[in-house]
Write a protein that binds this ligand. Structure first.
Ligand SMILES: Cc1cc2nc3c(=O)[nH]c(=O)nc-3n(C[C@H](O)[C@H](O)[C@H](O)COP(=O)(O)OP(=O)(O)OC[C@H]3O[C@@H](n4cnc5c(N)ncnc54)[C@H](O)[C@@H]3O)c2cc1C
Length: 441
């Protein structure tokens, strides 16, 4: 029989954080054993129905502690180990596979189980419950299943729309590049041809127009959607997105507020954190980031919020939790937040500029350019801002209000960006004015 001073029954979120805390409090190697029926090291469960399912988080990014944390700290992790009883008198756990485990102190952290449906059809083969990592599907698997689904029934519009979203996630976060963007647009177009009322597909096609710089058509489409569905939070989000690209942060923020009021808790509204961050309203930005709390994407944005608040140590802590996915450029943020400069920072800044230039959407260029300017990489940062503006991510208001740009705002090079950003925004505003006058006539 084996045992240890402390035992944790269960290997979920509580177990992961308790182990972390015990180590911080001076736990010695060999003192703790975690006994878990799970087959994976403790992970955050909320992303299973959000970022992980969407493909923006990976197994690595949702872990509470790195995989080698347990070994390094002498914590024994017994996975696939189900406990059938606790004998509190003898301080023993009774293993389902036979055998016992002795402890001095025990933390019971067995979480919850899904309540199974008790209705006719509840035992059908393809009825799924979502509780564990195994239950959740990687984006690429979802793509393959949806491709099969539309192959079997090409007339089912929601499957095309769902496939379009999966392709988009792969293009944006999974390194799928332009080809996946194109596939995403084609899938949405198929969905809309079959069902013009599918808001998800219509909204995504509109934002794709904004990504490609066609702000005028994107705005027209968003307005048309709004006319037919003024009560849809997703439609207000679409309009907010286009306005953000046009540089009109106040208007964008207003649409975001409306979206959240109409559909509180929709995690897709998390993107609305951006205009508020750029306006310096970090408190409201937090509300939107928290819609997707626990995901890697929200950690990334939370680091940006903390940087804007000048809380660089707290930002550093969050950045440590980011994965090596190039989308989050963790190494650059780490060096920057440790007040690093010199050759290493220059190399990382060039790397970020190069990987970002492969993304057709200009917003990551603007967002990362801002970060680089803050980190002291003014030349590359401003070049990226300029590139974003020239691809119709106007950014005129953000240039004037984003707290991260405070240090460079006085420079001659920065001031040279403003006319281009204003020109971009003025063009959008005059087209909008002309189009709305034409409609009124
Ligand atoms: C899909 C999904 C989305 C969620 N989203 C959110 C959200 O957005 N916001 C939010 O606040 N919360 C959310 N939650 C809830 C949140 O994940 C839980 O509150 C949290 O996981 C509870 O942590 P825990 O450690 O108590 O339990 P769990 O994380 O469930 O871990 C329980 C552990 O105990 C193990 N176990 C159970 N019985 C035994 C046994 N007999 N022997 C051995 N091991 C055993 C399990 O294998 C597991 O490892 C979500 C949950 C799910 C499933």
């Amino acid at each position: 029989m084996n045992g240890s001073k402390f035992g944790i029954l269960g290997g979920g979120m509580v177990a992961g954080y308790a182990a972390k805390q015990l180590v911080e409090l001076g736990l010695r190697p060999g003192e703790l054993t975690i006994l878990s029926a799970d087959s994976s090291v403790p992970y955050e469960r909320p992303p299973l129905s959000k970022g992980f399912l969407a493909g923006t988080d990976s197994e690595e990014t949702i872990r509470i502690n790195a995989e080698d944390f347990y070994r390094k700290n002498g914590i024994e992790l017994k996975l696939k180990c189900e406990i059938s009883a606790v004998d509190t008198q003898r301080r023993r756990l009774i293993l389902k596979s036979a055998g016992e485990f002795e402890f001095n102190k025990l933390l019971v952290a067995t979480g919850a189980r899904p309540r199974k449906l008790n209705i006719p059809g509840a035992n059908l083969q393809n009825l799924c419950y979502l509780r564990t990592l195994e239950d959740s599907k990687a984006n690429k698997e979802a793509i393959s299943m949806l491709e099969q689904a539309v192959g079997m029934d090409p007339s089912y519009a929601p499957a095309w729309a769902a496939l379009g979203l999966r392709y988009y996630y792969d293009a944006h976060y999974g390194g799928g590049g332009r080809e996946m963007y194109q596939r995403s647009e084609s899938a949405y177009e198929r969905a809309l041809a079959l069902d013009p009322n599918l808001m998800l597909a219509a909204g995504q096609l509109t934002t794709a127009r904004a990504d490609s710089g066609d702000l005028r058509r994107a705005y027209q489409q968003a307005q048309a959607l709004l006319k037919s569905r003024p009560d849809s939070g997703e439609v207000h989000l679409t309009l907010a997105y286009v306005l953000r690209y046009a540089g009109l942060l106040d208007e964008s923020a207003h649409e975001c507020d409306t979206a959240l009021r109409l559909d509180p808790g929709n995690y897709q509204f998390r993107t609305c954190a951006l205009p508020f961050m750029q306006m310096g309203n970090t408190e409201r930005a937090r509300d939107f980031v928290n819609l997707d709390a626990g995901s890697e994407w929200s950690n990334y944005l939370m680091a940006g919020i903390l940087m804007r608040e000048g809380k660089l140590n707290a930002a550093q802590e969050i950045v440590q939790r980011l994965s090596s996915n190039p989308y989050y450029h963790r190494n650059l943020l780490q060096v920057c937040l440790q007040h690093g400069s010199g050759a290493e920072l220059d190399r990382l800044a060039r790397e970020v500029e190069s990987t970002t230039s492969e993304i057709p959407d200009p917003e990551p260029r603007f967002f990362r350019g801002t970060i680089l300017a803050f980190c002291g990489e003014q030349e590359i940062g401003l070049r990226m801002l300029e590139a974003a503006i020239s691809h119709n991510h106007c950014g005129y208001q953000a240039l004037q209000t984003d707290p991260l740009l405070a240090k460079v705002r006085g420079s001659h090079e920065f001031r040279q960006l403003l006319p281009a950003a204003k020109g971009c925004q003025d063009k959008f505003l005059s087209e909008r004015q002309r189009d709305s006058s034409a409609i009124r006539q």
